[in-house]
Design a protein around this ligand. Sequence first.
Ligand code: ADP
Ligand code: MG
Length: 613
Amino acid sequence: MTPARIRRLPDHLVNKIAAGEVVERPASVVKELVENSLDALCTQVTVDLKDAGRALIRVTDDGVGMSAEEVDLALLRHATSKLATDADLDAIVTLGFRGEALPAICAVTRFALSSCPRGSDTGTLVRGEGGAVSEKLLIAASGGTTVEAQDLFFNTPARLKFLKSAPSEVAAAMRLLEGIALAHLEVHFRVTHNGRPALAAPRARTLRDRMGALWGFERATRLLDVLRKDGPLAVAGLIAPPQLARGNRDEIVLIVNGRPVRDTQLTQTLIEAYRPLLARDQFPVAVLRLEMPPQEVDVNVHPTKAWVRFRSPRQVQEVLYRAVQDALRQSHVVRAQRGLRTESGSAVGATGEPAAAGSFSFVRGGPEMAPALPQSADSPRESPIAPTALPETPDNRFGTGDAAPAGQVSLFREPSAGFAAANFGQVIGQLQDTFIVSASDEEVFFVDQHVAHERVLFERLLRELDGGPLASQELLFPQPVELGAEQAGLVQDWASTLEGLGFGLEGWSGSTVVLRAVPALLRGQEPQRLIETLVEDVNRPRKGEAVPLLHRALSFVACHAAIKAHAPLQREEMARLIADLAGTQTPYFCPHGRPIVSRLSLRDIKRDLGRTW
Ligand code: ADP
Ligand code: MG
């Protein structure tokens, strides 16, 4: 084949090729059109979709509109009203600026655009398909613009084939519209799909109101405020407390200078800030608006402008991390320590107000909260709940159980925990010999005693392992344990890990393992059963994650040593357990990822009961 001669491509083909970058799916058309409406300073936008946007996408606004000449220009590639000079490109303040969306959309749809400048009663209507205008009329109209895009990709069948199912395309478009609506509170958004309302968000005064309109008011009232300013950088928004976490990242919205963006690192930073409070398969709900001078962020790195580049990404991550930790901390700690004092002697939260900025350091590994109460024998390291029989707690340790709130003690117990945040209040009693019921000023907690104890033991043992093998209990007589060949092989493979945990293994013969010692915490358990369940538990893969062998084996020990359900507990034992739990790094989930605490807000209870004070 001889190569063809080089030639300039005709405009319609250029646009069709460019459309490949800008217009990927219905959601991208929605995005570009709504952004144009916002740039045109509209107060209302209506989006109508048919068949997930494949049959029709219509966006109507009441913005500044365009004159007849402007309409002609708008359809040309690289025609924009938003950039004039080179310098403008370095500090972009509009959502669009590339001047390619309208021509790209028109290149791959049957389109109609009508527009009328504000204050005029005559508008322009153009119609066409595949980028070619077939009709242009003057029409009677009022200020604003409507763009209709039908039969997306009708002339690019290869593209059409890449579209996903209608529900996924609708979901993508809705997610995008939600992000835009969360970024622009001042605009009234209406969306319909196949004639039915899909989203209605009136102009909102606050982000909370907007989130309420989109995701439900019930939930919106429970979100925590985030606000942090650091020089020219500001982060503001709302995040969910850990107990409202989700199983996916769909409800994480990051908005940079009014533009919802995707940013893997920032998302990861957000998750990190929550991490001690969330199980591995749980994700935060958050809408965070980052504001910075336009020079600090380059939005011109991707044709759809979904990704941005920060001039100093580390700094942005740092501010976001701190902002989120401030918010999480205030919800859990500051209220918890009402009336207590920091090292500097300043009263913290004595009036229920958030701590003054700077009272604490939020940097991981930095100085943590000052231990204001004497660190006594209450340290969990020194006097844990004993595994089988609960401890001989001195009667006076918690007085009558009313005087010294257990949760508060634990707050100051673990200066190295980095996130000692939980407070489960004071014990009220035990339900069904299985759940510890406690209450703080704001909430009632139901703590599953078994998983709670498992979490406490797990973290304690993990720390103890730093100092060497765990305590071991020799069996009176070494005990041969019969296993299948495969199981015996596994035990042999795991031998060094198991020995670190206090198992004493002595010789293998065929499929028999000789057990000489067990972890002290598991003394008294029947060796044969113990090893069998160990192999079964430790060998069971967990869905979707690679948990290190040591952690799997350690959760086995913790689980088997932990107090069981249906075990009556003394009040002091319960107080000790919830205090210890509050001092753990991950108080809400057991090492297997099961939740530990269920909670009711007193506010909800009061509301249900019609109590107004
Ligand atoms: P960009 O938004 O990058 O400038 P577009 O191709 O999306 O490029 O739009 C081209 C121009 O058309 C815009 O700069 C703007 O002047 C005008 N325009 C597009 N949509 C609207 C609208 N809804 N209202 C008013 N003007 C619009
Ligand atoms: Mg645009």
